[in-house]
Design a protein around this ligand. Structure first.
Ligand code: UT7
Length: 352
């Protein structure tokens, strides 16, 4: 038994925010953003009306429609997000409720591996299907970054990059030859946990106190092991932070390694890949990987120019878009790959 990506769907909010819009509220420029990241515009959800789970539900409904299954056919929901509606419970149960599946009482699991969340979700779903436990699983990636970014110049290295949206697939059991997921690999290295992170609100457990050399003695008083303090609010320390250059350097190495590992496991070569869909972190990273893999432009899908980096949602949005544009045909060998916060990284190789 294998798992096949049976249907794909995505949802992005209508509200387009261009680099020129951002120029009006912080010290940045269209030229800087495009040169460093390739991004021209991104979408922001409608505050008070849309949330991570409403966008996730819309993407899931579209994926189910394409797969020809109804909500009642779904056995399990996996949702990857770093921007859930609530601190707890996770957003997967909210999607379950919006799909009207409370009576069926199926399991709903949130995944917290940020940019790599959809890859982790697919790999987990694949194991459940291979074991024979479930037949139809919704795997979703959804994010609403616009709810919590520092939109002042201080936060510009982060806020110009991230956008909102959701993508989903229906993973279905199949025993068709030459169809479905061939291999997945998952990795992490917690040494880099704080290099791309949002550590407040949180309990911190004294990490910063133990590392004054790295974070400065002052951090011990700011991050004093309680969930949220007035100081954290005053100083805006509840925003994400990123050591961009370090992330970039690690990304280009690990992306290459995880894709090569997937090819090795499957007994395939770079030339066999019909479509590579990298996590949309930065167009420069994607172009670097494309060059390393020796792939032509029509064998790599990029949409970061239009949506920015939507972390866990970026791969399923790109996959659904590639399917919609008929850039992937039945039987094609597709590679999905991600690197991000954690650090975490991994790949999925499948026949469409
Ligand atoms: O999905 C998660 C994975 N994330 C990633 O893969 C991100 C990887 N990293 C990157 O994509 C890049 O590091 C960034 C695009 C985030 C930043 O590009 P960079 O070339 O590494 O820039 P930098 O952080 O070294 O900053 C260079 C300069 C600085 O000014 P000074 O100190 O040289 O005067 C920044 O203050 O650019 C400045 N800067 C900006 N200027 C205009 C930073 N952000 C901006 C901005 N607009 N938005």
């Amino acid at each position: 038994m294998r798992s096949k990506i049976k249907g794909t769907g995505y949802y992005v909010p209508d509200n387009v925010v261009t680099n020129f819009d951002l120029e009006k509220i912080m010290d940045t420029s269209d030229a800087w953003i495009q040169e460093r990241t390739g991004i021209k515009e991104r979408r922001y959800a409608q505050k008070g009306k849309e949330t991570t789970s409403t966008m996730a539900t819309k993407a899931a409904q579209r994926a189910m429609q394409q797969a020809g299954v109804s909500a009642e056919d779904i056995d399990f929901i996996i949702l990857a997000t770093l921007s859930p509606d609530y601190y707890f419970p996770g957003a997967a149960v909210l999607v379950q409720r919006m799909l009207g599946l409370q009576k069926k009482e199926i399991g709903a699991l949130d995944i917290r591996t940020q940019c790599t969340g959809f890859i982790y979700g697919l790999s987990i779903g694949d194991q459940f299907i291979r074991s024979g436990m479930y037949k139809n699983i919704l795997v979703i990636g959804a994010e609403m970054h616009s709810m919590g970014m520092d939109m002042s110049t201080k936060g510009r290295n982060i806020s110009v990059i991230f956008g909102d949206g959701a993508g989903a697939v229906v993973l279905q059991a199949t025993n068709e030859e030459g169809s479905g997921i061939i291999t997945t690999n998952l990795h992490s290295n917690g040494d880099f946990a704080e290099e791309l992170a949002m550590i407040s609100p949180g309990c911190h457990a004294g990490y910063h106190e133990q590392n004054p050399a790295k974070y400065g003695a002052e951090s011990a008083t700011v991050f004093d092991s309680v969930f949220i303090t007035p100081k954290i609010v005053e100083d805006g320390l509840y925003f994400p932070n990123m050591n961009g250059q370090l992330v970039f350097k690690n990304a280009v190495v690990k992306f290459t390694q995880t894709i090569e590992e997937a090819l090795r496991d499957a007994g395939k070569r770079k030339e066999d890949i019909d479509m590579l869909i990298p996590h949309q972190a930065n167009l420069r990273i994607s172009q670097f990987i494309q060059k390393r893999m020796g792939l032509e432009d029509d064998r790599v899908w990029n949409n970061i120019q239009r949506y920015g980096n939507t972390t866990a949602a970026s791969i399923p949005i790109a996959l659904a878009e590639a399917v919609e544009n008929k850039a992937i045909s039945e039987g094609d060998l597709v590679c999905l790959s991600a690197f991000g916060s954690g650090f975490t990284w991994g790949s999925v190789l499948f026949y469409f």
